[in-house]
Design a binder for this molecule. Structure first.
Ligand code: NAP
Ligand code: GLV
Length: 323
């Protein structure tokens, strides 16, 4: 019987899937993730781990886990572990691509709309008793219909975002590593350089992974290129943005607002200056968070573990190329 450590209670059938395959599922019982020392101790006794984006798996932890064969991340992003370091030690890393794209794009769209139409800001105002009359100038926002959306990272979620924008008759620009002629033809997308995308878009939405190339992709220079009323949406990773530069741009009024599901660090301390702006929406990294999608993600991670423990290749490996 193999020991599988799950770093949190999971929605869906993950435990059932693991037990049905004859494995022992050991679930970390707290709402908060295991501290690094506890995580290392659990990995040291396990054959497999089902992890989340907040579980930082270090090379030293992998060295201390002689029986570990797979780290199955319940996420599409896997910047919490080095796939190459894991592969060097013969350990598979897997993720959960595809199943969360529509749900995450729904949330990115909700954030975009919230910032454009000042939804959370006016809700706060209403709850505080500020609604005194209908006002011709009250809470005027930005139109979304017919505006220009710039997508950075045209993968599964970026494409799902573009399909939503088509329904709003938006002009959709994208900047990605690879050109996507089929999507350009199907959805009328236009590939442009990053600077042009930033200069022309009314809304900029980030959908690239966090990698050495994308860390700090948007900083002071890039924010300076954006339209004065443009809104930035980030459901990718907080570190793709230079957050201090974002604070300065918002303070100087060189951009219209930001809607962030991801920050650096997470959680963002309450004293952080980003919380002081009325034109900033912040949610606690919940973009894939529908019951159905999170269940699919956890089930998928469990299926990857079952495959590897049965001596097969995993279904969603991210480090095959490193092996
Ligand atoms: P994906 O399908 O792999 O798409 C990522 C896209 O980014 C790919 O199309 C990729 O390149 C492009 N890209 C990579 N490096 C780039 C660079 N340097 N510059 C521009 N584009 C680059 O992944 P996904 O499923 O859409 O997810 C994207 C990211 O969203 C994840 O990695 C994760 O960090 C984040 N995420 C967050 C949440 C949340 O809860 N907030 C939920 C899900 C995902 P190509 O052009 O070569 O295809
Ligand atoms: C969530 O952040 C994910 O990468 O799936």
């Amino acid at each position: 019987m193999a020991r599988v450590f799950l770093t949190r209670e999971m929605p869906g059938r993950a435990v059932e899937i693991l037990q049905a395959a004859g494995h022992q599922a050991v679930v970390w019982p707290d709402e908060l993730p295991p501290p690094q020392v506890e995580l290392a101790a659990e990995l040291a006794q396990s054959h497999a781990a089902l992890t989340t984006v907040v579980d930082r798996i270090t090379p030293a932890m992998l060295d201390g886990a002689p029986d570990l064969r797979i780290v199955a991340n319940m996420a599409v992003g896997y910047d919490n572990i080095s796939p190459a370091e894991a592969a060097e030690r013969g350990i598979w890393v897997t993720n959960t691509p595809g199943v969360l794209a529509e749900t995450t794009a729904d949330m990115a769209w909700a954030l975009l709309m919230s910032a454009a139409r000042r939804v959370t800001e006016s809700d706060r105002h209403t709850r505080a008793g500020g609604w005194r009359t209908w006002s011709p100038t009250g809470f005027l926002g930005m139109d979304v219909f017919g505006a220009t959306l710039g997508i950075i990272g045209l993968g599964e979620i970026g494409e799902a975002m573009a399909r939503r924008a088509v329904g709003f008759k938006m002009r959709v620009l994208y900047h990605s590593r690879t050109r996507k002629p089929a999507l350009e033809a199907d959805l009328g997308l236009e590939q442009v350089g990053l600077d042009e995308l930033l200069a022309v878009s009314d809304y900029v939405s980030l959908h690239c992974p966090l990698t050495p190339e994308t860390r700090g992709l948007l900083g002071a220079r890039e924010f300076g290129l954006m339209k004065k009323r443009a809104i930035l949406v980030n459901t990718a990773r907080g570190q793709v943005i230079d957050q201090d530069a974002l604070v300065s741009a918002l303070r100087d009024g060189t951009m219209g607002g930001a809607a962030l599901d991801v920050t650096d660090p997470e959680p963002l301390p309450l004293a952080h200056p980003l919380f002081s702006f009325e034109n900033v929406v912040i949610t606690p990294h919940i973009a894939s968070g529908s019951m159905a999608t999170r269940s699919k993600m956890a089930d998928m991670a469990a299926e990857n573990i079952v495959a590897v423990l049965a001596g097969k290749e995993p279904i969603n490996p991210v480090n095959r190329g490193h092996r």
